[in-house]
Write a protein that binds this ligand. Structure first.
Ligand SMILES: C[S@@+](CC[C@H](N)C(=O)[O-])C[C@H]1O[C@@H](n2cnc3c(N)ncnc32)[C@H](O)[C@@H]1O
Length: 233
């Protein structure tokens, strides 16, 4: 899964294979951002996932590259990728077939704008992962993602959310403020979310924001856990 050479890299992608992103190779779409962010994200996931057993659900999996990469490193976990868009579901399945990983399920369609969304086969999850989704979707996606974490995470479960975020009403970099303005100009419902608002959603769903891990390029991994399991706020 090598990085594409010097291709133009859009700041955000709504549908891979369009918007100037690389075309599919045998159905497998490539996300330029994946090559830049997956190792840094893994550093935060690894201490928790490396020794875990059970099911992990990824929301908004896009191409499927994060799921197959992390699944290859966690044979005791079964990964359940999902997305909203058909071309992405096709790509995820193509990556699953290409890698031949026994611990990756076929992708399922989950639309996070649906309150009360569910997953198949259902039940408790040791982790949920959502990468670069919340800023290019309506606020209801953030609400429904965190409500779902409240329903599905097991007692020791974690929700990991990666992306650009504001901290207590303030952008963390001028480039993120510009990015936020460009997102809102494209769609009034989009925008860089504030950790304070996400923490309030978590509290309303029996969870807590327990860690905010800085990532390269002014991004963060937010880690949520059940309120009764929190070690740090
Ligand atoms: C920028 S892409 C990120 C994809 C992938 N997580 C990655 O980092 O490469 C945003 C993803 O969010 C998905 N998405 C947007 N709205 C969604 C919704 N309402 N429910 C579920 N997924 C959604 C898109 O289909 C797309 O795959």
């Amino acid at each position: 899964m090598n990085a594409p050479a010097d291709r133009p890299q859009p700041r955000f992608v709504v549908e891979f294979g369009k918007d100037g992103t690389p075309p599919a190779e045998a159905g497998r779409l490539d996300a330029p951002a994946f090559h830049r962010n997956h190792e840094a994200i893994w550093q935060t996931l690894a201490p928790y996932l490396a020794a875990a057993r059970g099911a992990v659900l990824e929301l908004g999996s896009g191409t499927g590259q994060h799921t197959v990469t992390y699944a290859a490193r966690t044979p005791a976990l079964t990964w359940y990728p999902s997305d909203l868009q058909e071309p992405h579901l096709v790509s995820i399945e193509a990556w699953r077939t290409h890698t031949g990983l026994a611990n990756v399920a076929s992708p399922q369609r989950i639309d996070l704008t649906e309150p009360g969304w569910g997953w198949t086969p259902g039940g408790a999850l040791v982790a949920m992962l959502c990468i670069n989704v919340l800023h290019i979707s309506p606020w209801s996606v953030s609400q429904n993602l965190i409500a779902g974490a409240g329903r599905f995470l097991d007692r020791n479960g974690r929700l990991f959310i990666y992306g650009p975020f504001m901290r207590d009403g303030t952008h963390t970099a001028p480039s993120n403020a510009e990015f936020d303005a460009s997102l809102r100009a494209r769609d009034r419902g989009w925008g860089v979310r504030d950790t304070r608002d996400l923490a309030a959603l978590a509290a309303a769903n029996g969870l807590a924001l327990v860690d905010i891990v800085p990532m390269p390029a002014n991004n963060f991994v937010l880690v949520f856990a059940r309120e009764d399991r929190t070690s740090k706020t």
